[in-house]
Design a binder for this molecule. Structure first.
Ligand SMILES: C[S@@+](CC[C@H](N)C(=O)[O-])C[C@H]1O[C@@H](n2cnc3c(N)ncnc32)[C@H](O)[C@@H]1O
Length: 165
């Protein structure tokens, strides 16, 4: 389904004070991000703030990131195992969960954020002022229950706080 920031009536009725965008920007191809920043600007009341965090892939080439075939298999195995462990609470059939997990992992793709400048310029072009921009290292979760293209590994993270004047 095509993404929509809402109708103009909804936007007028919902001037938000804060938008939190955690691990969302990578779902938007770079060419579509200016429209996203502009939509956030329209949705915020003056003085409203966007708090953005996202995996930062320093030096990544433009393009999509997805699960490798072995990561798909790992993810499916973990999903099935966890569905079995929580079957009484969830009431889900583990083999069915495995099918859903495979469909998800095979379809998943994101577009790496590799340029702080791109994000800063995007916010500024949409009229935001930048209060805080930071790239920091976050520890991974080795041995954790989930595997995937960005889940368990140590990584850098981009954090931005931007205000609509
Ligand atoms: C990795 S999850 C992060 C969810 C949540 N922000 C969090 O931190 O737990 C990515 C989210 O982006 C949403 N998403 C992906 N593409 C989107 C789009 N085009 N418009 C709005 N939301 C989108 C997905 O529905 C999903 O909830």
């Amino acid at each position: 389904m095509a993404w929509s920031p809402g109708t103009s009536n909804q936007r007028r009725a919902a001037p938000f004070g804060v938008i939190v965008a955690n691990s969302v920007l990578g779902y938007f191809e770079p060419g579509t991000r200016p429209a996203l920043f502009a939509a956030w600007s329209r949705l915020l009341r003056p003085g409203g703030t966007v708090i953005l965090t996202n995996r930062f892939r320093r030096g990544a080439r433009p393009g999509r990131v997805g699960f490798s075939p072995s990561q798909v298999d790992d993810f499916v195995a973990v999903a099935q195992r966890e569905a079995g462990r929580w079957q009484r609470q969830l009431g889900l059939d583990p083999p069915q969960v495995a099918v859903w997990a495979r469909t998800y992992a095979e379809r998943f793709q994101s577009h790496p954020i590799s340029s702080v400048d791109e994000v800063e310029l995007g916010f500024r072009a949409a009229g935001f002022t930048l209060d805080h921009v930071e790239v920091l290292a976050v520890p991974g979760r080795p041995g954790g229950p989930v595997s995937g293209p960005s889940i368990a590994a140590a990584a850098e993270q981009l954090r931005v706080v931007a205000t609509r004047p």
